[in-house]
Design a protein around this ligand. Structure first.
Ligand code: NAD
Length: 356
């Protein structure tokens, strides 16, 4: 099969980690008889430098015309002086909106080989950890009405949390489908004891749940969920939540796995289209030194193979290759521990590609 992939390398370590992910994809192509065609596109700081804006319309169009999008990371101190709406990070928000990416899927996986990197008590993560947070990405308070107004208490600012039943329904379906393919447990996180929007959220999730009798559904308040994630993370399989709660929970979930350099993500639109990227940023402090960990981006490619291209065997092969390189004791600097063999970005990519 032939697949076209829009590639946005971005800034900082973006180009370095993308190069390794392409190496791995090419190896998958060789091994399983697929052809991956890449279209390199500008977005973020490099687009500002070359074209004067963070998200050129040509990039949006080319992404829309591809089967899938692979993104490194954008941003860096060079562009920090720019006003909010002109900054490289606007490219990410713009792409989410333009491509209709409403579901953000972030696995939090702790490989047993990296258990020492986890800040939690060993017994709470014994045998590794594998949960997924499904975050609604295009609604809620980040996109609701906002502004300033004069009140009797003086000048005030407001942001409105708003969700339609349709928005909740479609994200709930994504989460139920995901749970169905895993351990069949879904936890919906909200603040239904206080927020009207959460009460609507909960009732819609319950309604959708009737179509998934095989999935065990439970509800949890966000404050409790933040605590439970630290106390007993293994109780979770799939978590579904709104945009803002998801923003916070996904970062918390990534920390309990120990390294930001290991975690992939997918942002999905209706149908199978998706944008795949590591959860980390452009890490300007380590850019150009061949020390960035490319595994988060390589594991993002595995998600692309599974979710957008429907190639589960190929996705499994990539994940197994990452595991086997870890099992052999190879570590990039961010996950290095005593007695292990330190490798750079390129060698990590080479070894993973070779293990496929
Ligand atoms: P960051 O994720 O870039 O870096 C945080 C820390 O983790 C740094 O010490 C960095 O060296 C380390 N790190 C990150 N990725 C790593 C990897 N693959 N291997 C080894 N170490 C890694 O976050 P930050 O420093 O807050 O942000 C830097 C820039 O990235 C900012 O301009 C920010 O706006 C941008 N950013 C972009 C995205 C994105 O493109 N999606 C996401 C987050 C931050």
């Amino acid at each position: 099969m032939e697949y076209s992939i829009a590639v946005v390398k971005g800034d900082g370590i973006g180009p370095e980690v993308i190069e390794e992910a392409k190496k791995v994809l090419n190896r998958v192509g060789e091994r399983f008889g697929h052809r991956f065609e890449y279209k390199e596109l500008l977005a973020g700081g490099s687009a500002i430098d070359q074209l004067g804006l963070a998200l050129p319309s040509e990039t949006i169009e080319a992404c829309k015309n591809s089967d899938s999008v692979l993104l490194g990371a954008v941003g860096g101190p060079k562009w920090d002086h720019l006003p909010g709406d002109k900054r490289p990070e606007q490219a990410i928000l713009g792409l989410r909106k333009q491509l209709g990416l409403f579901a953000n899927i972030r696995p939090a996986i702790l490989f047993p080989e990296l258990a020492d990197a986890c800040p939690l008590r060993r017994e709470s993560v014994e045998g590794g950890l594998d949960l997924i947070v499904v975050r609604e990405l295009t609604g809620g308070i980040y996109f609701g009405e906002k502004g300033y107004k004069d009140t009797e208490k003086g000048r005030a600012a407001y942001d409105v949390e708003i969700y339609s039943e349709k928005e909740v329904e479609r994200i709930a379906k994504v989460a139920f489908e995901m749970a169905r393919k895993r351990r069949k447990k879904l936890t919906s996180v909200d603040k239904a004891n206080v927020l009207e929007s959460s009460r609507l959220w909960r009732s819609v999730v319950n309604r959708v749940g009737k179509d998934y009798p095989d999935v065990e559904l439970s509800h949890m308040y966000i404050d409790n969920a933040a605590m439970q994630l630290i106390r007993e993370p293994k109780q979770f399989d799939v978590i579904v939540t709104n945009n803002m709660f998801g923003d916070i929970l996904t970062d918390e979930a990534s920390m309990i796995t120990g390294s930001i350099g290991m975690l992939p993500s997918a942002s999905l639109a209706e149908g199978n289209f998706g944008l795949y990227e590591p959860i980390h940023g452009s890490a300007p402090d380590i850019a150009g030194k061949d020390i960035a960990n490319p595994m988060a981006t390589i594991l993002s490619v595995a998600m692309m193979l599974r979710f957008t291209f429907g190639l589960s065997e190929e996705a499994d092969a990539v994940e197994l290759a990452v595991k086997s390189v870890l099992r052999e004791g190879y570590r990039t600097a961010d996950i290095m521990s005593q007695g292990m063999k330190k490798i750079g970005t390129k060698e990590a990519g080479d070894r993973i590609a070779k293990a496929i």
